[in-house]
Design a protein around this ligand. Structure first.
Ligand SMILES: Nc1ncnc2c1ncn2[C@@H]1O[C@H](COP(=O)(O)OP(=O)(O)O)[C@@H](O)[C@H]1O
Ligand SMILES: N[C@@H](CCOP(=O)(O)O)C(=O)O
Length: 322
């Protein structure tokens, strides 16, 4: 993410007084990430992550996100666990923001993931989908087609400042994708942002998933489409078929995809690419630059949109060859 909200030691110590986590030894802002402000804390009892929820996170959604982490953790999925306050609550307030403390997960994210990493991610995603099947809270996807159109109406007039022709190309794509968007595929709780920076590995083995703050109920195969976009393209935005095949095989080793899901995959991948292009474009145009704020390039996702436009079948992502 970034650090949007600064905190003083004094207010942090007062905040931690609501928890049984020992005394503060040190804290520092984490520059990585995009959405919220995160701090790494060391206390006399260990390491924790403090998250202050920023503009895109609705406070009303926090019980869903934090409850999901608890649920998944109980079902054996490795992910951070929210720390309860002395009063039993999971959510507090700090520097005018809703805030929570979560456990620190060991591992690092992969800057250059290999096919072996992709296979593990696919498998972990399917395991997460199955583990979340009996989670009782629900949250509609705020970044489904209706949400894309809202973002687009906020950005459209300025899109050509980023690239001449972007407004026309995106409008055409959105019309096509939204007009054909499927609704009758298997659905459930999805992570919705399982990018490499949200998956940790230790000694080559997946050690856990983080950042559930886009999680929601939506089409399960849409989560796979997002992973294909995030994990299986090289830096020059060429699709790596070996990685695609590995990711899909990893997923299908736990939850085989049905024919309708496979048929929809190219459209879902286009939709996922447009979704990330739009949030990046919105941020690009609206967030002021700052030393601890890293904005992501929307055009990387325009190039994925173009790639998926010419895909005719899921086999071109590597189905059945991993
Ligand atoms: N539970 C955790 N354990 C260890 N590091 C974490 C944890 N949660 C977040 N981080 C660190 O903070 C960074 C940003 O976290 P993330 O949840 O992705 O933020 P955002 O929601 O703002 O994108 C991660 O890349 C990682 O370095
Ligand atoms: N993954 C998104 C941005 C959200 O950032 P994260 O740090 O929460 O994963 C993108 O790449 O646009």
């Amino acid at each position: 993410m970034a650090v949007y909200t600064d905190i003083s030691e004094e207010e942090l110590v007062a905040f931690l007084g609501e928890y049984s986590v020992g005394n503060l030894l040190s804290y520092k802002g984490i520059a990585e990430g995009t959405e919220n402000s995160n701090y790494l804390l060391h206390t006399t009892q260990g390491a924790y992550i403090l998250t202050l929820y920023e503009r895109r996170v609705e406070k009303a959604d926090l019980p869903f996100f934090l409850g999901l982490m608890q649920h998944l953790s109980r079902k054996g999925i490795s992910c951070p666990l929210p720390v309860q306050r002395k009063d039993g609550e999971l959510i507090g307030h700090l520097a005018g923001r809703p805030a929570a403390l979560i456990t620190f997960l060991e591992g690092n994210w992969m800057r250059s993931p290999t096919a072996a990493h992709c296979r593990q991610v696919g498998k972990a995603l399917a395991e997460m989908h199955l583990a979340a099947a009996d989670f009782t809270l629900t949250r509609p996807n705020a970044l489904a087609p209706e949400g894309w159109l809202k973002l687009w109406s906020a950005c459209r007039d300025r899109a050509d400042q980023v690239m001449v022709g972007l407004a026309e190309e995106t409008s055409r794509d959105l019309d096509e994708i939204v007009g054909q968007w499927p609704t009758d595929l298997p659905s459930g709780v999805i992570h919705a942002d399982l990018f490499p920076d949200n998956v940790f590995f230790l000694n080559g083995k997946l050690s856990g998933l983080i950042d559930f703050y886009f999680a929601c109920n939506d089409l399960l195969a849409y989560d796979i489409a997002t992973c294909l976009n995030a994990w299986c393209f090289e830096k020059d935005i060429s699709f790596n078929l070996t990685k695609g095949a590995a990711l899909l095989a990893g997923y299908q080793s736990v939850r085989p995809l049905g024919p309708a899901e496979l048929e929809a995959l190219p459209l879902l991948a286009r939709g996922s690419a447009v979704r990330f292009m739009l949030t990046r474009l919105y941020d690009w145009l609206t967030i002021p630059d700052g030393p601890l704020v890293k904005k992501r390039d929307p055009l990387e996702y325009l190039r994925r949109m173009r790639f998926h436009r010419q895909i005719r079948s899921a086999n071109e992502y590597g189905v059945g060859i991993g």
